[in-house]
Structures are given as structure tokens and as C-alpha cells.
Ligand binder design. Structure first.
Ligand code: MN3
Length: 203
């Protein structure tokens, strides 16, 4: 069973004006699709294709060496984008409540400090990559990955991520990554992030 392109849980124009419909259409329909196709090609004929992409990326070092770099790049792209779509949504934004809100306060002081540190991680990632809020062994952390590397490969559990590849924002924002990141906060789906966090807590 090869990897599939997940259906976007909202319309391409649902994240306007923060993220424009054309960017979403190309990002999901072309970029994410290409990662799916290339990951499938990289693992063709192996049992790895029957596993969830999370497992494949968590066990990347066990993937045969001659296929590993392709899986790192394209399998990472499959997984990272699948997470990215779900942690955004229409009528979203604001601040997390409940257990997640408390955990963020306890790890970063308050929400504003968290937001500032996460924004800094998104802006300071040189070139293509991602900024993440992850759950480590016992605490929440902000981290960055280059290219399509996944925190899952480092044993971390992704809760929230932002894609800072230029393809994620160039049509509307051109080189103005700070404007993209600022607008992106308005589409963060904290309910989804909280659900991810709840799973970590009960695991
Ligand atoms: Mn992307």
C-alpha cells in the first residue's frame, strides 16, 4: 500500500487572507504530491511501503542505505506536510487553552514568550526548513529542521509546525518571511495541537 496524498481538511481558499488559495493549491496538489510520488518510488518493492509514514521516519536509520537519503527527503516531505495541513484551519488562531495552554506557560513563561521564540525559530531557519513545537521526554521544546528532516527521526513528537520553504509563502509574500509568519498565527488550529498533546500525555 503506497503512501497517499491526504485530502486537505478544508478548501484551498479557507486560509485566506493569511495564506492564499493559489499557494495552497500548488503546495498541496503539486509539492506534497511530488513528495508522495518520490517517497513511493524510493521504497518501491520494499515492506516499508506498508508502514505508516510516521514509523518509517522514526526508523529512518533502519531503511536500506541506498534508499535512505531519498526517504529522508521525500518521506519527510510526506509526513511534515500531512501534519502541517492539520495544524492549520479556518476560523482559527488565538491562544491555546486547557492543558496545552498550561504546558506552554510552564515551558516558556507565557504565551507571548512562546510565540516570540517560535517566530524567531521560523525566521532564523536559514534556507529551507521548518520550525516546530515538539514534545520531548518530559517537556515542550521549540526546534528547527532543515529541508524535510522530521523531528520524529530524533525521537521527538511534533505538536505544531510551520513550513518556511519559500514555496510556502513566495506567491503572496515574496521574500517577506516575517509577514508570512505573522499572518500564519491567525490560522493555527489549536484544537488539533491540543489533541496531539493529549496523545503524548496519555501515551
Ligand atoms: Mn512545503
Amino acid at each position: 500500500m503506497p503512501f497517499n496524498l491526504p485530502k486537505l481538511p478544508y478548501a484551498y481558499d479557507a486560509l485566506e487572507p493569511s495564506i492564499d488559495a493559489k499557494t495552497m493549491e500548488i503546495h498541496h496538489g503539486k509539492h506534497h504530491q511530488a513528495y508522495v510520488d518520490k517517497a513511493n518510488a524510493a521504497l518501491e518493492g520494499t515492506e516499508w511501503l506498508s508502514r505508516p509514514i510516521e514509523d518509517v521516519m522514526a526508523r529512518l536509520m533502519e531503511v536500506p542505505e541506498d534508499r535512505r537519503q531519498a526517504v529522508r527527503n521525500h518521506g519527510g516531505g510526506v509526513l511534515n506536510h500531512a501534519i502541517f495541513w492539520t495544524v492549520m484551519g479556518p476560523k482559527a488562531g488565538g491562544e491555546p487553552q486547557g492543558d496545552l495552554g498550561k504546558a506552554i506557560q510552564s515551558a516558556f513563561g507565557d504565551f507571548a514568550s512562546f510565540q516570540e521564540q517560535f517566530t524567531q525559530a521560523a525566521l532564523s531557519q536559514f534556507g529551507s526548513g521548518w520550525a516546530w513545537l515538539v514534545a520531548g521526554d518530559s517537556r515542550l521544546e521549540i526546534t528547527q529542521t532543515a529541508n524535510q528532516d522530521s523531528p520524529v527521526t530524533q525521537g521527538l513528537t511534533p505538536l505544531l509546525c510551520i513550513d518556511v520553504w519559500e514555496h510556502a509563502y513566495y506567491l503572496r509574500y515574496q521574500n517577506r518571511r516575517p509577514e508570512y509568519v505573522k499572518a500564519w498565527w491567525n490560522v493555527v488550529n489549536w484544537q488539533e495541537v491540543a489533541q496531539r498533546f493529549a496523545k503524548v500525555k496519555t501515551a
